[in-house]
Design a protein around this ligand. Structure first.
Ligand code: FES
Length: 113
């Protein structure tokens, strides 16, 4: 994956945005990355990748995710289907299969405003 590819498909956050957030805000724990446009707080698929970005930053090492964007999106879809988790409103839809009948695609109900 390239720096401008999305790492969080639920909240449309790129790897570059997260990397810059970490560099500028210097979080103390990986969960603080959620303050970067809510990254990692949807389906949870990207959390291990966000954690790896954090750990490598602590070690002053670059992170290269060895997946194509298509592989990353496909594996996210498999993860969401297997976990039965729902996607937040506005999240990037799942790939593959017939998503119209996919219960995991159903967005979490919005609260009344
Ligand atoms: S892809 Fe980041 S929380 Fe779903």
């Amino acid at each position: 994956m390239q720096p401008d590819d999305k790492i969080c498909y639920c909240f449309h956050v790129s790897q570059r945005k997260v990397t810059n957030f970490i560099r500028i805000h210097q979080p103390q724990v990986p969960s603080q990355i959620s303050e970067c446009n809510s990254a990692g707080t949807g389906c949870g698929w990207c959390v291990p990748f966000l954690r790896k970005l954090f750990e490598n930053w602590k070690l002053n090492q670059p992170t290269q995710i060895q997946l194509t964007p298509e592989e990353y999106a496909s594996q996210r879809s498999d993860y969401v289907r297997a976990s039965g988790r729902s996607l937040p409103p506005g999240a990037t839809p799942l790939t593959g299969a017939d998503v119209t009948n996919d219960a995991a695609v159903q967005a979490a109900p919005r609260s009344e405003e």
